[in-house]
Design a binder for this molecule. Structure first.
Ligand code: ADP
Length: 453
C-alpha cells in the first residue's frame, strides 16, 4: 500500500508544497526586513530634512550649536513610529564633522564617519555650511529597537502561519484530487484481477468521460468479448458432444443388435450404418472448416471466376435429385456478367448448401430457382424456393451453428445444422453479406452478395 500510486503522488505533492512554502516564506521574510529598514531610513531622512530648516534658523539666531539639543529632543515626541523615528537617532555635527548635539549625548565630541557623512543632510545658513545632520546608523542596519524587532517577528510569524495554512489546504485538495484519480484505477485493477482469476462477469465502473473512464470502457468491452467467446466456446463444445452422440449411439446400438442376432447382418443394415458414418464424417469435416476459419487459418485462394458458369455447374449437379422429387430447378442469369475474383471452391460450397437446403425443405412439385443479378459494385445471388418457409421468430437464428428448425426432420434429411453457418462464414470472408427473406408456408429466399472486384 505504501508504494501505491496514491502515496507516491501525495509524497511528491507534499515535497513540492514544503519546498514551495519554505522558499516563499524565506523570500517574504527577507524582503519584509529589507523593505522595512528602507522605509525606516527614508522616514529618518525626511525627518532630518524637516529639521534642517529649524536648526538653520536656530543657528542664525544663536550663532552656535549650544542648546541645539533641545530642538533634537523637542522633535522626539510626536514623531515616533514604534518609538524609532524620534530625535534619538539623530546627531548634529558642526561644519567640521564633530558631533555637537544628540538626544542621548553618547557621541558628543566624536567625529562622524565617512559613511555617515554620505547619508547626511547639510545645514546651510546664507550659503555657508554650518552643520551636518546625521540620521542614526543603528536605525538602518542594526534594528536594535525592540518594537521594530517585535514588528518584524510578528510579520514573520504571519508569513509562516499563512504558509502552513496554504500547505494544509493544498494537501487536503491534493488528497481529494489524487483519491479521484486513483480510486477508479484501483477499481479497474481489482476488476482485471477478478477476470484473471476466471470471473468473467467482473466490470470496471464507468463514470465521467476522462482518460481513465475510456480505459475502463474499453476494458469492459474486452471483458464482454471475452465472456461472449467463452460462452460460445462452451456452447460449441456442448453442441459438438451432443451432435456426435446421436450418430455414434445409432451405430453402437445397431452393431450390438446385429451381434446379438436381433438385427440381420444384411446389406440393408450395413447401408444404414454406412449412412451414419457418412453423416459423422461430414459433421467432422464441417466442424474442422469452421474451427480453422475461427482460428483465422483459412485463406481464400481467389481467382477470376465466371460466376454464371459456377452456378450452372452446381445446379446441374442437383438436377437428378430435383427430377426425382419432381421439383423444377431453374437458373436465371444476367447476361454479359463480369468475372469476379473469388475462391471458387468456397463459393461453390455456399451455392451447394443453399440449393441443397432449398430442395430439402421444398415438397414435391415445388420449384427452386437460382438467380444472378448485378447491383452497384456488387453481385447478388438469390436462391428462391416454394417450400415450407421459416417463421419470423426462427429467422434470426438460421445462420447460427447447430441451429435447426425441426431437429429430428432436419437430421433425418442428413442436415448437420452447420450448412448455413458455413455459408455465412465463407461469404463474409469474401467481404460480402448473406441474408434470408421468408414467410412461413410461402417458401424462402436466401441471398448473398459479393463485392465485384
Ligand atoms: P441443416 O443442416 O439443418 O439444414 P442449415 O444450417 O443448413 O442446417 O439450416 C439451418 C436451419 O434453417 C434448418 O434446420 C432449417 O430449419 C432452416 N432452413 C434452411 N434453409 C431453409 C429453406 N430453404 N427453407 C426453410 N427452412 C430452411
Amino acid at each position: 500500500m505504501r508504494t501505491s500510486l496514491f502515496y507516491r503522488l501525495m509524497g511528491a505533492f507534499a515535497v513540492i508544497i514544503v519546498v514551495g512554502v519554505l522558499v516563499v516564506s524565506l523570500i517574504a521574510n527577507q524582503t519584509t526586513a529589507t523593505e522595512f529598514q528602507q522605509f525606516m531610513f527614508r522616514g529618518q531622512m525626511v525627518r532630518a530634512q524637516d529639521l534642517t530648516g529649524e536648526l538653520a534658523a536656530y543657528y542664525r539666531a544663536a550663532g552656535n550649536w549650544e542648546g541645539a539639543k533641545t530642538i533634537l529632543r523637542g522633535t522626539s515626541s510626536g514623531m515616533t513610529i514604534g518609538g524609532m523615528m524620534g530625535g534619538d537617532g539623530l546627531w548634529l555635527a558642526d561644519a567640521n564633522g564633530i558631533i555637537v548635539a544628540s538626544a542621548d549625548e553618547s557621541r558628543i565630541g566624536q567625529t562622524i564617519t565617512a559613511s555617515e557623512r554620505a547619508d547626511s543632510v547639510p545645514i546651510q545658513v546664507d550659503g555657508q555650511l554650518v552643520g551636518i545632520l546625521v540620521p542614526g546608523r543603528q536605525m538602518m542596519g542594526g534594528m536594535t529597537d525592540a518594537a521594530a524587532q517585535d514588528f518584524l517577528a510578528q510579520v514573520n510569524r504571519s508569513i509562516w502561519i499563512a504558509g502552513l495554512v496554504a500547505a494544509a489546504i493544498a494537501l487536503g485538495l491534493g488528497f481529494i484530487l489524487f483519491r479521484q484519480i486513483t480510486a477508479p484505477l484501483n477499481a479497474l485493477a481489482s476488476a482485471s484481477d477478478k477476470i484473471a482469476a476466471g470471473d468473467l462477469s467482473a466490470r470496471a465502473p464507468e463514470r465521467g468521460n476522462d482518460e481513465i473512464t475510456r480505459v475502463a470502457r474499453s476494458f469492459n468491452t474486452m471483458a464482454d468479448h471475452l465472456a461472449r467467446s467463452e460462452t460460445a466456446r462452451r456452447n460449441m463444445l456442448a453442441d459438438v458432444a451432443h451432435e456426435l452422440r446421436t450418430p455414434i449411439g445409432v451405430i453402437q446400438s445397431h452393431l450390438e443388435a446385429m451381434m446379438d442376432g436381433i438385427f440381420p447382418t444384411d446389406s440393408e443394415q450395413l447401408a444404414s450404418l454406412h449412412d451414419e458414418t457418412i453423416f459423422l464424417s461430414r459433421l467432422v469435416g464441417d466442424l474442422r472448416e469452421l474451427a480453422l476459419a475461427d482460428a483465422g487459418q483459412l485463406t481464400l485462394t481467389r481467382e477470376r471466376t465466371d460466376l454464371g458458369v459456377l452456378i450452372e455447374r452446381t445446379v446441374a449437379a442437383f438436377q437428378p435429385q430435383a427430377n426425382a422429387r419432381q421439383i423444377t430447378l431453374t437458373t436465371l442469369l444476367a447476361e454479359n456478367f463480369p468475372f469476379v475474383n473469388l475462391d471458387t471452391q468456397r463459393i461453390e460450397q455456399v451455392l451447394h448448401n443453399l440449393v441443397s437446403n432449398a430442395l430439402r425443405y421444398t415438397p414435391p412439385h415445388g420449384s427452386v430457382s437460382v438467380k444472378l443479378v448485378r447491383a452497384e459494385n456488387l453481385v447478388r445471388v438469390e436462391v428462391r424456393d416454394t417450400g415450407t418457409g421459416i417463421s419470423p421468430d426462427e429467422l434470426p437464428h438460421v445462420f447460427e451453428r447447430f441451429w435447426r428448425g425441426d431437429k429430428s426432420r432436419s437430421r433425418a434429411h442428413g442436415g448437420t445444422g452447420l450448412g448455413l453457418a458455413i455459408a455465412k462464414q465463407w461469404v463474409e470472408q469474401h467481404g460480402g453479406t448473406i441474408g434470408v427473406e421468408s414467410e412461413l408456408g410461402k417458401g424462402a429466399m436466401f441471398w448473398f452478395t459479393l463485392p465485384e472486384r
